[in-house]
Design a binder for this molecule. Structure first.
Ligand SMILES: NC(=O)c1ccc[n+]([C@@H]2O[C@H](COP(=O)([O-])OP(=O)(O)OC[C@H]3O[C@@H](n4cnc5c(N)ncnc54)[C@H](OP(=O)(O)O)[C@@H]3O)[C@@H](O)[C@H]2O)c1
Length: 326
């Protein structure tokens, strides 16, 4: 089968389509015929070893110090269950499913994944392309805002990077949780952020976020534009700063802030089955809709990686697998 691979860290040009052996599902796994996958900022960071700041150390230890340990790329997928292992009870052959495979291997004609991983049945309204672009941003938004921030109706939330892969879902999830959303993005993304449901939009090119003159219960920074010092001026007493990217500065501030009223929480999305189920339910209910920046055939995966690296995509960059391979 065809799979997206890389044998060294580097620019989009290191991405290749390679012939590899198809997986054989274990007793607790399902075999999925993948119809669509995606390229997200996590895939870009793993491909380029572009781990921010001090995260380069755990990043390289996890993915390979000098060259990638796992040569398979891709973390998001949508497809059809082709085979189920002997002990699988959650899925059956023919189920349309979508999910996350954070350690790579999702961009391929077939994948095998444990039935208790971050995989769920696709809401009937979704196409494979739309579904494949949802798990990375959707799960992250749901876990960070719903669980870590415990966002409540009436909470004021500032989302920095509100139009990207995580932000586009964060705006929708926050609105579904009843928050008042102020969305920060670039000049060309203002109407887009409002269309996602943001109550107020801010252009980072013309407005200095540090001097917004408003305070929030939660500041969610998906881009890396808010420093711990800035967050203190943006948060109400007892408020929470959630930066998606963090280095030594944020780690130090998070430790110090344990003794202060305004907190910083540093976390990584755990990609749990339960969160994927809950997210699928929100999509089914119409609370969250897919947001696709562009769809590329698998053979144009390098271009897709280039688009992701721009840091200006809107929502998800999707790869069509089936058209390319049949
Ligand atoms: N900790 C975790 O578990 C976790 C989970 C998921 C993701 N992440 C990380 O979180 C980050 C977010 O990923 P993403 O997929 O949402 O990124 P993305 O798709 O590249 O989106 C970038 C966003 O930032 C905005 N932006 C660009 N330049 C900016 C600037 N100078 N100031 C403020 N905003 C700016 C963009 O708006 P315009 O296009 O309008 O300019 C866009 O809304 C990635 O670094 C990823 O590695 C961490």
């Amino acid at each position: 089968m065809k799979a997206l691979t890389y044998s060294q860290y580097g620019g989009p040009e290191v991405v290749q389509i390679t012939e590899v052996a198809p997986p054989t599902p274990g007793p607790d796994q399902i075999l999925i015929r993948v119809h669509a996958s995606a390229v997200n900022t996590g895939d870009w960071r793993i491909r380029a070893a572009a781990f921010p700041g001090i995260m380069a150390i755990p990043g390289r230890l996890m993915f390979g110090p000098l060259r990638p340990r796992n040569r398979r790329l891709g973390s998001e997928f949508a497809g059809v269950v082709e085979k189920v292992g002997a002990s699988v009870s959650r899925f059956k052959e023919g189920d349309r499913v979508f999910g996350m495979m954070p350690m790579g291997g999702a961009t391929a004609e077939y994948l095998a994944i444990g039935e208790t991983s971050a995989v769920a049945r696709m809401p009937a309204s979704l196409s494979f392309e739309n579904a494949a672009g949802m798990p990375f941003g959707g799960l992250c938004a749901l876990v960070f805002l719903g669980e870590y921030a415990a966002l409540k109706p009436g909470h004021r939330l500032l989302i920095v990077g509100a139009s990207g892969g995580v932000g586009a879902f964060a705006v929708q999830v926050a609105k579904a949780l009843g928050a008042h959303v102020t969305a920060v993005s670039g000049p060309e993304s203002q109407d887009f952020a409002a269309g996602l449901g943001a109550d107020e939009t801010v252009d980072y090119k013309t407005t200095n976020i540090a001097t917004l003159g408003q305070r929030f219960e939660v500041v969610f920074d998906t881009f890396g534009a808010v420093t711990p010092k800035m967050s203190r001026d943006l948060l109400v007493e007892g408020g929470l700063f959630l930066p998606l990217n963090f280095g030594l500065l944020e780690i130090g501030a998070a430790l110090l802030n344990r003794f202060k009223s305004r907190k910083i929480r540093l976390a990584v999305n755990p990609d749990h089955m339960e969160d994927m189920e809950r997210f699928a339910q929100m999509v089914e209910e119409g609370a969250v809709r897919p947001v696709v920046d562009n769809i590329y055939p698998m053979k144009e995966a390098a271009q897709a990686h280039r688009r992701v690296e721009s840091r200006h995509k809107r929502g998800a960059v999707v790869l069509r697998i089936v058209d390319q391979t049949e």
